[in-house]
Design a protein around this ligand. Structure first.
Ligand SMILES: Cc1ncc(COP(=O)(O)O)c(C=O)c1O
Length: 461
């Protein structure tokens, strides 16, 4: 049924859209913020109000909201070959060149790619590849998968199971069997009062080893981790953490799946978070900034060793019986290729290295704010942690909604930030300039001050 002509866009939205990660009641009460256009690092709502998009959409719009070359690349490909598929004995040039380009910039040895349309799908593909691989190499019992508390790997059945956040499991009957979660590497949240960072790292690494031994190493197939946890609140790994973890994975012959859905393509100040933290992935997932999010495309990269096992299995079974209609969609692939070309031409990694200290120093300066327990980040992603008591590192009761209040005040000041658990996070487009970083920090500071006044008003402090 069509709405009456005078129904507002907001009402039409509320009537029909179930928004991801939303409370339908809240959306119905206050209506969604409807964004209608973008320019550089800014977006505009339907009333013309401008916002600095300090979250780059969903940690993803690396080149901002008006890169003409991406629109042109899409238009060229639409005019040449708008769709073709790569099942069986077909292929097309954008897919071939993109796979080559990815292999050439990825961590060493990741020579093969399986394309999909989203991070979640590629995580699920990683799970299937891990299982398939172990069946081929005569280790069919090696099927359990380890994620981490507060880690995020999407929402599909396997990805959502690996995600270590209770609200993503509740009432969805997740996690599925065979998924285990080990510690988060957040020293701020989980370090014991008298524990040094080194002791904390040693304890959680020992916990991982104990978990593996308890379950039986012969049953553990893979460990999944983001180099920097994103939606877990921008958790930067402590010194020495990944070194210890990788040694354990090697010791027990456990595959390492690195989820670079947020950290891929310059975010941490290197092309991949794997370079920043010296990771040696067996499999690696990319999405989001692969196309600056202008079109949906993701990829699972993996090693020759894994490819050979898959090829053996395919020979035994007749085919590698996995694939999705839009895998390596030619228009998405063409836009991804243009995105990678722009990263190279503009040396996006050097740009991030150059401007990141300003963002990180600006966040660090907020450490003295009465509401802030910790600030953290790397490259162009960061967070401030809200606290009711700096000495106790205690967060506010989530029911008070202080994070959401600060997020809404930031909006009022013209910047988009995101409240996640007890933190407020920023992850701006990689093209952000020093002047724009200052504007983002200024909006965040003002929103925190509003949050402080609000908390005092309510008697929470
Ligand atoms: C680290 C990480 N992995 C996986 C995903 C899932 O990606 P998508 O939302 O494209 O399915 C996300 C999404 O934010 C993510 O941050």
């Amino acid at each position: 049924m069509l709405p009456p002509a005078d129904t507002t866009l907001r009402q039409r939205d509320v009537d029909h859209i179930l928004h991801p990660y939303s409370s339908p009641q809240k959306v119905a009460a206050s209506g969604p913020l409807i964004i209608s256009r973008g320019q550089g690092v800014y977006v505009y709502d339907t009333e013309g109000k401008r916002y600095l998009e300090g979250m780059a959409g969903l940690w993803s719009t690396s080149l901002g909201f008006s890169e003409p070359r991406l629109a042109e690349a899409a238009a060229r490909q639409f005019a040449t070959l708008p769709y073709s598929q790569i099942f069986g004995d077909r292929s097309h040039e954008p897919a071939i060149v993109l796979a080559e380009r990815l292999a050439s910039i990825a961590p060493e040895g990741l020579n093969h790619v399986l394309f999909a349309n989203s991070g979640s799908e590629s995580i699920d593909a990683a799970v299937k590849i891990v299982w398939y691989h172990h069946n081929q190499i005569g280790k069919p019992a090696k099927k359990k998968l380890i994620g981490r508390v507060n880690g995020y790997h999407g929402v599909t059945v396997a990805g959502g199971s690996l995600t270590g956040q209770p609200n993503i499991h509740a009432d969805f009957d997740l996690p599925i069997a065979g998924i285990l979660h080990t510690d988060s590497p957040s020293y701020y949240h989980f370090g014991k009062p008298d524990e040094s960072i080194e002791q904390f790292v040693a304890r959680i690494a020992d916990n991982l080893e104990a978990l593996i031994l308890r379950e039986g190493p012969e049953t553990i197939g893979a460990f999944f981790a983001e180099p920097v946890m994103g939606s877990g609140g921008v958790i930067v790994p402590p010194q020495g953490y990944f070194e210890r973890i990788q040694a354990i994975l090697r010791k027990y012959d456990i595959l390492f799946v690195v989820d670079e859905v947020i950290t891929g393509f310059g975010r941490t100040g290197e092309m991949f978070g794997s370079f920043t933290y010296h990771l040696k992935p067996d499999l690696l997932v990319v999405a989001k900034a692969l196309s600056s999010s202008y079109l949906p495309i993701s990829g699972l990269l993996f090693t020759d060793r894994i490819f050979e096992a898959i090829a053996q299995g395919a020979a035994k079974n007749g085919v590698f019986a996995h694939g999705i209609t839009y895998a390596a969609h030619p228009v998405c692939a063409a836009v991804a290729l243009e995105t990678l070309a722009i990263y190279a031409e503009r040396d996006i990694v050097a740009h991030v290295k150059q401007v990141a200290p300003q963002l990180q120093n600006g966040l660090a300066a907020l450490q003295n704010h009465p509401l802030v327990g910790e600030t953290r980040g790397v490259g162009l992603v960061g967070a401030v942690e809200l606290t009711q008591s700096k000495s106790m590192r205690a967060g506010f009761d989530p029911k008070l909604g202080l994070g959401a209040f600060i997020q809404s005040r930031a909006l009022a000041h013209g910047v988009i930030v995101r409240a996640l658990r007890d933190s407020v996070v920023v992850c701006p487009p990689l093209i952000i300039t020093p002047v724009e970083i200052e504007e983002l920090l200024d909006g965040l500071r003002r929103a925190l001050d509003d949050g402080l006044a609000h908390a005092r008003d309510k008697g929470w402090l």
